[in-house]
Write a protein that binds this ligand. Structure first.
Ligand code: SF4
Length: 378
């Protein structure tokens, strides 16, 4: 049995403070203010971690993409913060922890991180995060990354988790008209793997009418290249996306919506459990690890264990913790809380408002890698 050192929240908070101070000393007042006004300094992490945005916008114009419905422009623009400022913003975020045991970071979300106009910013951010923070970091991409690109990425962060998105083969021209061809993306996968990067296939979104035939072929190709695993991700649609998919001949998708959309921009998942089961079995038979979520591949790449959500447990054992030590560490943040182990989970009773409740949930679950239920108390 693997013995892990006991995690200490007070130590993680101390590291965070000293990293933050070190970064602050390298920035002038204006740079610090810009960083603190940026979303990276305030945003709550999502289930897969804190999303890092090296830019906004994407020219690939995949017809299943939801960023247009979020008001993100198609013309990509790199983020204004420097790498140092980004690291300072993340270290200043009240919901994050820093270091290998810290918050998972996921590059992408509202842009393709390796578009020509965003790529240098992405590489700058990868380098700064790796050098100053050391958090488990992941990116997803549909771009073509050459051997030279892979070498640069590996020199900036050799343990980064890479996800290469390939959801279609025969349908690619119709649903991803401006993205690099699937063939070029397989090359990206191969180039990353040859540089020793933990690269996996992102078979997302699963699209009824596409994934039944293309999915197994994509898995076979990824397995033959030595991919570390696969993440199978569901499709979420707005009414607009549904119309786009119907316009290229994909029918009957509406019947799969798990509920009615509440507004024109409401993203509704499609029920694709049948596709997921079929492709999971196929992936396993090919020797690919099936990761239940993107963060699971990040955890695997960093040889961590996690049971922060009910899709886990993922990968290795969880760190031990001391409830009293966590309570004590929270008092340093002027948060009064009781930490109660409940089976493999944690119940936290917290005195204070909703921001404190959210803060405790993120800090305690990130440190202990367990599911945390927080109840406010008077
Ligand atoms: S348990 Fe697995 S899927 Fe859930 S947050 Fe952790 S790594 Fe992600």
């Amino acid at each position: 049995m693997v013995e892990l050192p006991k995690v200490r929240l007070s130590e993680l908070l101390r590291v965070k403070m000293s990293v933050r101070e070190e970064l602050a000393s390298k920035l002038d007042r204006k740079e610090r203010r810009e960083a603190l006004n940026d979303g990276h300094a305030h945003r709550e992490p999502r289930p897969c971690g804190l999303t890092v945005h090296p830019g906004r916008g994407c020219t690939f114009a995949c017809i299943y993409c939801y960023i247009e419905d979020m008001g993100v422009p198609r013309t990509p623009e790199p983020s204004r913060l420097s790498g140092l400022q980004l690291a300072y913003a993340i270290a200043s975020n009240p919901y994050t922890l820093i270091g290998r045991e810290g918050t998972f970071l996921a590059f992408g979300s509202v842009t393709e991180p390796f578009l020509p106009t965003v790529k240098e910013r992405t590489l700058e951010y990868l380098g700064a995060v790796s050098r100053y923070l050391g958090n488990p970091t992941q990116f997803s991409t549909k771009a073509y990354l050459s051997e030279e690109d892979a070498e640069r990425i590996s020199s900036l962060d050799p343990s980064v988790s890479a996800l290469v998105t390939i959801p279609a083969l025969r349908w690619a021209d119709r649903i991803e008209p401006k993205a690099p061809s699937p063939e070029l993306r397989f090359k990206t996968l191969s180039n990353l793997l040859r540089r020793g990067i933990h690269a996996s296939l992102f078979l997302r979104p699963l699209i009824p009418g596409v994934s039944e035939e293309d999915g197994p072929l994509i898995l076979e190709r990824a397995a033959s290249l030595g991919a570390r695993g696969v993440v199978l991700g569901a499709l979420r649609v707005t009414r607009r996306i549904l119309r786009e998919l119907e316009s290229v001949g994909l029918r009957d998708l509406e019947d799969r919506m798990i509920r009615e959309p509440k507004s024109p921009t409401d993203q509704v998942p499609l029920a694709t459990g049948d596709l997921k089961r079929m492709l999971s079995l196929r992936a396993s038979s090919l020797g690919l690890k099936v990761f239940p979520s993107a963060c699971s591949a990040n955890v695997d790449a960093h040889n961590l264990g996690c049971h922060m959500c009910n899709m886990g447990p993922c990968n290795g054992p969880l760190p031990d913790y001391d409830p009293q030590e966590i309570e004590q560490a929270l008092t340093e943040l002027e948060i009064e809380a009781r930490i109660i182990p409940r089976g493999g989970k944690i119940l936290a009773l917290v005195r204070g408002g909703s921001k404190r409740v959210r803060r405790v949930r993120h800090l305690v679950s990130t440190a202990t890698k367990r599911m945390v239920t927080v109840r406010p108390v008077r």
